[in-house]
Design a protein around this ligand. Structure first.
Ligand SMILES: NC(=O)c1ccc[n+]([C@@H]2O[C@H](COP(=O)([O-])OP(=O)(O)OC[C@H]3O[C@@H](n4cnc5c(N)ncnc54)[C@H](O)[C@@H]3O)[C@@H](O)[C@H]2O)c1
Length: 293
């Protein structure tokens, strides 16, 4: 995939998946504005890219506020003359069950993921529409947003909201030829290391230098950050011109297309439903499962 001439912003690119996205986009020829709240991390990533002959500029700032979003777009335009791709990847976890989750836990996660995606996408689109050559919004969701997950009220809400925004913006931006898709990644990172079921597997793989077991790469769909970066490069490229409004999963050996919520069973009652009539009619279809397995 040749991204020569394209300019991308990747938020949360100081380590983990964001770093892999930035490095893969740069390796494919794009100039990249790399952002992270961790100034040292993001400076190292920019240096690693430029040391390899790529083009990268670091912006250390917290995603969430509009001022950061504007600064990222202004940096892309000032340094590289345009903006083609916005990847909203920055993220944090503050896991607690509902009855123990504080206002701060809730607000911090919503601020980085949901508000950060909104402000960065809005700033990018203002420029892309004026530029008049289309563009790409690549939003980062999560299996937790698609299914719900124990202890992740804040995170699941933010990640589900991000997919809802992708569908909404795909409609609003079709005329401007800006495609909008949500990526649903799974990869071994510092974030997944905090999940007990994955921690031991990741440590074993690092200790032995062996890839994660085939079953993990296929059934759990979890592998390396580089596995996920391939999808970001594809979505950034001209080859994905016709793809918009989708939630696309990737991890390990698995690539998947998530379905969108739809009415799967419908009944009608003449003149409307009473509570008693609903009780008599229920269930009207096979109940849905929920939660990340
Ligand atoms: N790792 C997975 O399996 C997985 C699964 C689903 C979704 N995701 C999502 O992918 C993204 C990256 O996850 P990761 O596993 O690489 O996590 P990570 O914790 O390794 O990296 C996240 C990066 O975001 C940065 N960051 C945090 N708050 C920020 C802010 N306000 N502004 C700018 N940067 C900020 C952190 O400093 C860090 O460098 C997140 O949005 C995460 O929710 C990851």
């Amino acid at each position: 995939m040749d991204l020569e001439g394209k300019v991308a912003v990747v938020t949360g690119a100081g380590r983990g998946l964001g770093r892999a996205y930035a490095e893969a986009l740069a390796a494919a020829g794009a100039a990249v504005v790399v952002n992270d709240v961790d100034a040292e991390g993001v400076a190292q990533v920019a240096k690693a890219i430029t040391d390899r002959g790529g083009r990268a500029t670091a912006v250390a700032a917290p995603v969430g506020p509009t001022a950061t979003a504007n600064r990222l777009v202004e940096t892309a335009v000032r340094e590289y003359g345009r903006l083609d791709v916005m990847v909203t990847n920055a993220g944090i976890l503050r896991d607690r069950v509902l009855w123990k989750m504080s206002d701060d836990d809730f607000d911090a996660v919503i601020d980085v993921h949901l508000r950060g995606t909104f402000t960065c996408a809005r700033a990018a689109v203002a420029h892309m529409r004026a530029q008049g050559t289309g563009g790409r919004l690549i939003l980062i969701s999560s299996p937790a947003g698609q299914r719900g997950n124990f202890g992740q009220t804040n995170y699941a809400a933010a990640k589900a909201g991000i997919v809802a925004m992708a569908r909404t913006w795909a409609m609003e931006l079709a005329k401007a030829e800006v495609t909008v898709n949500a990526v649903v990644p799974v990869a071994a990172t510092e974030m997944t290391r905090t999940i007990p079921a994955f921690a031991a597997l990741i440590e074993e793989s690092e200790r032995t230098g062996q890839p994660l077991p085939d079953q993990v790469r296929k059934q759990d769909g979890m592998g390396t950050v580089e596995d996920v970066a391939s999808l970001i490069v594809f979505l950034a490229s001209d080859a994905s011109d016709a793809i918009t409004g989708q939630a696309i999963g990737i991890g390990g050996d698995k690539l998947s297309l998530w379905s969108h919520p739809t009415e799967k069973a419908v009944r009608y009652a003449d003149g409307g439903w009473t509570a008693e009539a609903i009780a008599d009619a229920w269930p009207i279809g096979e109940p849905e499962t929920y939660g990340v397995q």
